[in-house]
Design a binder for this molecule. Structure first.
Ligand SMILES: Cc1cc2nc3c(=O)[nH]c(=O)nc-3n(C[C@H](O)[C@H](O)[C@H](O)COP(=O)(O)OP(=O)(O)OC[C@H]3O[C@@H](n4cnc5c(N)ncnc54)[C@H](O)[C@@H]3O)c2cc1C
Length: 396
């Protein structure tokens, strides 16, 4: 019977980041990572916008603020070392009217508090540098925001951790707890000294089997995108609106991918089951029942303005409405190239079941010899290295 020092559930950027951090700190430790899919990165980590965020959306006391600036730098370094594509196109946050200027000021204050470089741009300066972007009076420019190809990053990281001696078992799903130091997987039982749960959309249910994460449930929010593979509109930077800081979503925006394609999105449409990407794919009646119950409760109580959010988000399935939201951020340009929906992603967003609030920050809980990473939502891709190094330092 082999007992692993560390057993990680989940081959997304967080599970792989934890594996890297563990082998860096404890080179002699035996580490196994189990992933239920054929290859790592099949969910959020391979289906996101690929934006390396700068770190100015988050309040200074949050884990997100603490790890995004450094995570941005270490992810850039990892991509450089591994010859991966980086589009250093920066990002502008634009205002649509006078009412949004205070939101822009708040982002600048948060950026200053988090030590993130941001520059004000006048309307004229914006027009000269990024002619497609439109703002009211002024815009905020973030020079350290870049885009990468998330699938490429995950693939390189999986190779990197294998080279460090981590055993990656794919098509190996966690199925049940078998006691204090063993789990049942689809490939049989596995024994461990410490278990780390980085299972993304299933992190809450697995945590609960170990007595952690009791106050939470994941409410999946789907992000869909429209893509113009040839960037007919001449997008030259990422263009974001001023977000509603009361919820964790950033609003419909333009992203220039690492390959130079233009994308509009993502939405934040409440999904009906956890891997509800398309049609009835991965349908689960049990999940539908649980999620529908919470969504109905949110609708009835209108917690965090859920009614308006749900109605507004569902409207975005209508292409003309969706495009209309984006084009408010730009001068008149050819948007005919945005003719195809591209691969959607689903956020593993935690809801506090007592307060009915969407949890804003990352949550880490330890229960006995198990550690659970919950609410690893955006910008957890950007933060992966700095955040997981801290988890290993603090919790292992
Ligand atoms: C639409 C969208 C856009 C985003 N854009 C950005 C962005 O631009 N920048 C940014 O920084 N972040 C972004 N994010 C957030 C980012 O993608 C996530 O924070 C990050 O990928 C989370 O990584 P993870 O490893 O926790 O989860 P995941 O990538 O979901 O990995 C969890 C893994 O666990 C596996 N798993 C689940 N259950 C089991 C089981 N029972 N047994 C074995 N394995 C299991 C899954 O198959 C999966 O591979 C975005 C997210 C979405 C959805």
């Amino acid at each position: 019977m082999h007992v692993y020092d560390y057993l990680i559930i989940g081959g997304g950027i967080i599970g792989l980041g934890l594996a890297k951090a563990l082998k860096t700190r404890y080179p002699e430790a035996s580490v196994v990572l189990i992933e239920k899919e054929r290859s790592p990165g099949a969910h959020s980590s391979g289906r996101n916008s690929g934006v390396l965020h700068a770190g100015f959306y988050y309040t200074a006391d949050s884990l997100k603020a603490r790890f995004t600036r450094e995570g941005n730098a270490t992810m850039h370094a990892f991509c450089e070392e591994n010859g991966l594509k980086i589009n250093r196109c920066g990002k502008v946050v634009v205002a649509q009217n006078a009412g949004e200027l205070e939101g822009l000021e708040e982002l600048k204050r948060r950026g200053d508090a988090n030590g993130v470089a941001l520059e004000w741009m006048s309307e004229e300066a914006l027009r000269a540098r990024f002619p497609e972007a439109k703002t009211f009076q002024k815009a905020l420019f973030s020079p350290s925001t870049s885009t990468v190809n998330p699938k490429e990053v995950v693939k390189a990281l999986a190779l990197h951790v294998k080279a460090l001696g981590v055993e990656i078992r794919t098509q190996c799903a966690y199925e049940a707890r078998l006691g204090k130091d063993a789990v049942l997987t689809s490939q049989g039982p596995l024994f461990f000294n410490t278990l780390i749960n980085a299972a993304g959309l299933y992190a809450d249910t697995i945590a609960q089997e170990f007595g952690a994460g009791k106050a939470y449930v994941i409410i999946p929010f789907k992000g869909i995108y429209l893509k113009d593979a040839h960037n007919h509109m001449g997008l030259s930077t990422n263009i974001y609106p001023v977000p509603n800081l009361a919820n964790p979503f950033l609003g419909v925006h333009y992203t220039l991918t690492a390959e130079g394609a233009a994308k509009i999105g993502p939405t934040a449409i409440p999904a009906l089951w956890r891997e509800n990407y398309q049609g009835v794919e991965n349908f689960s009646l049990h999940e539908l029942g649980q999620i529908a119950w919470y969504e109905a409760k949110l609708f009835a109580t209108n917690a965090f303005g859920f009614r308006a959010l749900a109605v507004e988000e569902v409207r975005k399935y209508q292409k003309s409405y969706f495009l209309g939201l984006a084009t408010a951020l730009t001068h008149e340009r050819d948007h005919n190239g945005f003719d195809a929906w591209s691969e959607p992603g689903i956020r593993a967003q935690l809801l506090n079941t007592d307060t009915l609030e969407l949890v804003q920050d990352f949550i880490v809980e330890r229960e006995g010899n198990t550690v659970h990473i919950l609410n690893a939502v955006s910008p957890a891709f950007t933060c992966a290295f700095s955040f997981t190094e801290w988890v290993v330092e603090e919790y292992m």
